[in-house]
Design a protein around this ligand. Sequence first.
Ligand SMILES: *[C@@H]1O[C@H](CO)[C@@H](O)[C@H](O)[C@H]1NC(C)=O
Ligand SMILES: *[C@@H]1O[C@H](CO)[C@@H](O)[C@H](O)[C@H]1NC(C)=O
Ligand SMILES: *[C@@H]1O[C@H](CO)[C@@H](O)[C@H](O)[C@H]1NC(C)=O
Ligand SMILES: *[C@@H]1O[C@H](CO)[C@@H](O)[C@H](O)[C@H]1NC(C)=O
Ligand SMILES: *[C@@H]1O[C@H](CO)[C@@H](O)[C@H](O)[C@H]1NC(C)=O
Length: 560
Amino acid sequence: PEPRPPIMDLPGSPGPRLPPRPPARPCHRPRRPRDLALLAAVLGTLLALAARGYVGAPLIGAFAPKQESARTRRKTMFFFSALDVNRDMYVSAEEFKPIAELLRVIKPLSGSEKAQEVVKEEKSSLQEKLTIVARFQPLLLDTMSNSKSGFREISDVILSGLKNWTNPALSSNVFSASQFKAFLPPRNDMELGEVWWIIPDTMINKTCAYLSDNRFYPPPPKGKEVIIHRLLSMFHPRPFVKTRFGPQGAVACLTAISDSYYTVVFRIHAEFQLNQPLHYSFWFCPSQFTGHIILSKDSSHVQDFKLFVPNERSLNVGLQWLHGPLKNPNVDHGYLPQMELEASGPSMPSSIQDKKINETDSCLPSEEAVQFKMEDIVWQQELSMEEAAQQLERAMYDFKKVQYLPFTKAFDRARAEKKLVHSVILWGALDDQSCTGHTLRNIVLKNSSILTLLNEKFISTWSLFGDLQEILNEENEFYKKLAQLHLEKYEFPVESLVCLPNGTVVNNIHANKFLFKIPERHHEKKKVLAFYSPISLKSPDIYEEFLREGLLRAQVFLQP
Ligand SMILES: *[C@@H]1O[C@H](CO)[C@@H](O)[C@H](O)[C@H]1NC(C)=O
Ligand SMILES: *[C@@H]1O[C@H](CO)[C@@H](O)[C@H](O)[C@H]1NC(C)=O
Ligand SMILES: *[C@@H]1O[C@H](CO)[C@@H](O)[C@H](O)[C@H]1NC(C)=O
Ligand SMILES: *[C@@H]1O[C@H](CO)[C@@H](O)[C@H](O)[C@H]1NC(C)=O
Ligand SMILES: *[C@@H]1O[C@H](CO)[C@@H](O)[C@H](O)[C@H]1NC(C)=O
């Protein structure tokens, strides 16, 4: 596609010119030394140009070579706008005066420590900053299953951390653009959709390892964790960037590449501790944080940033709390309508950002005087968000090496291909960070022999209990019947089924039968056991047996 012309027409470049603007209001305040220091950065160039008689002539065109990076271009615009007080896109001799003034100041300094100081200050004021805004709507308490009993089983003290959390800890915060370099790809030849880990999963190769529930304060974040920790701290003061259960960490991939910019899409698993010592711990585990960032390849500029918890499913947060020193944790789920961070605009040199806040302080580079325009980014390659999300998901979940179709699509496909349906019904989602199902997917569904069996003989699907109930209200009689047959077999929290393409269940198994070593007398406490019992090492064997038994029973039906 044709690159679009830059927003701001540069004098000297071909193309339409903006009509000269009326002179800006006169500036009576003297320029401050800080502004002058800023201008020093282009001094060399300006001097050279002045010497060649360019003053009064279009300046920018003169130092805008074709291969100029976006960064140089931005700086050029910045300095030019700073000098071009009346914004007629020409720097007159009058407007050049501060540079002349600066020459007087700088010369006696050169070589001295003071000169270095000026350079240092000038560098830091060129560093770009951006403001991130937080939006948060508290968890809807009536979506928790405990609400049905009026929270009778939970004391107010345990719930107080959740009930108190009605606002983000910080509704806005300023970051420097360079802090976002943690989101840059590790190599500059990464392809679209190629996944890398921002925060590696330390438990990825360990089955059933998890971090202690009994922690209140996050460990000090290190390296790339720092920025993610700082961002999540805007919601709540105690974010843990490493979750207790896998998959931990954060993954990212590129979805667009231009000459000097990347669009990075990411997925972060993190959780919050809502209570403090003297109370028992209360964990708040959003399904995931996802979002994107558009940043320059040297991370000097952030054009756009957004991070959020998806809210399209009926439940998107896992909750766990202790209610006694030796008791097993309690588990519930809930719905969180909104939890997101967004950049209020592109990053800007901090000197401008500061002045924006103190508009009246100086009339030199005020927001009005320095229209900090970005050129349009021309993307050379792009990948759809859907594709990117799948890539990130596969990196975090080995079990996604088998395709899991939506419920009704799975049965459509099974009928077309004359295959059986392997279906998992859960209370919380199988592929998110809510804690249900983590044992199932980590120990059973990613086992290589099970992956092979599922890929060869079955069409797989997983559903939330709540989503199946919704299908009961739909028009389609066939789908209704399918959902009904499923729900008849379901027992909290996880049930797996093998079905004929018409919905007849030929085999089913409850999670407690294959995942956990459960003493017989504890069988009624399924809720707790399903999450915390020691797992059975025979799990994959038992599950494979269950699948094969299903295949065997189905043969009777499927034979012509
Ligand atoms: C919740 O807020 C109440 C009232 O402001 C306060 O007394 C209590 O300590 C808070 N609880 C927590 C866990 O922060
Ligand atoms: C996990 O195992 C895979 C395959 O065996 C290996 O490539 C990877 O490096 C391991 N990761 C960690 C963090 O140990
Ligand atoms: C804004 O102006 C006030 C008073 O002049 C000053 O104390 C403050 O530091 C300035 N803030 C910024 C961000 O420059
Ligand atoms: C898969 O399960 C089988 C049977 O339990 C076991 O022998 C094998 O080690 C498992 N494979 C992996 C990769 O865990
Ligand atoms: C599904 O098909 C089998 C065999 O063709 C049949 O026995 C069974 O009744 C059917 N189930 C339903 C729900 O129609």
